[in-house]
Design a binder for this molecule. Sequence first.
Ligand code: SF4
Length: 264
Amino acid sequence: MVKILKISEIGSVTEYVSASLRADNELPKIKQRLSGNQKSMMKTVESAGFSCLMCGKCCERAEDDNSVYLLPEEIESIETLGFLRENFILPLLPDFYETNDGTAVFNESLFMDMLSSLSEQTDEEGRIHTFGWMLQRNQDGSCIFLNSESKKCVIYAVRPALCRTYPFFMSETCVWKCDCEGLGSIEKTKTDLSIELTKALQERALSDYADYIQTSAAVKEFYDKVQFNNKTGRVRFEENLKKNLVTFVIYDSTGVYAAECRIF
Ligand code: SF4
């Protein structure tokens, strides 16, 4: 398992101001494109015949990668329920769980391989640079907010957009589907649910794009100036790893952060 010991802000991004002006300029055009595509989005959702079977498999990682990407505003919403961010977020990383016949498990050697694959993003202090956040998962790969007995989401009212729109997601202006047993379980997705999902997908596309523009500003101002993959940094990284510690630098749409993590 991987847990955050401490998060600290290490950079405030002045370029956010111009990025925000750029977003103000570009978002109305995307909104217009999405509105023009609304009918076809709605048709895709309706014809998918989706009804949630309340099986909890999507949150349990029964099939494949169940990483839940989090926007900074979603982290803040979850915090309003009284959870401390250190206890439910991790830097967004490539998958490090192993799934065999529908059973998942945290695999330490897979985690170490994943870290090695990121070695080119190690700075001179031995920190790995990443972008954005995701939800923590348990040893068995299930989301930490899934109640294992009731199979219900503990933060349902403020669950992230990815969960609200599952099993649908957007690529450009088109709707796509993930594997889910609820798909095709009825002839046609109910109209009120189709409207709700289409709206949530559009909102998610807009928030993701605004977040991307802001995060790009942080990358330009800080990440692009970092000296990566040097010898001293790799030595420090290896020394920390022997103590089961790893530090990430994370860029998001609100700043640049360092997260010290322990591997259990
Ligand atoms: S936040 Fe809730 S809906 Fe999303 S994966 Fe976790 S338990 Fe499931």
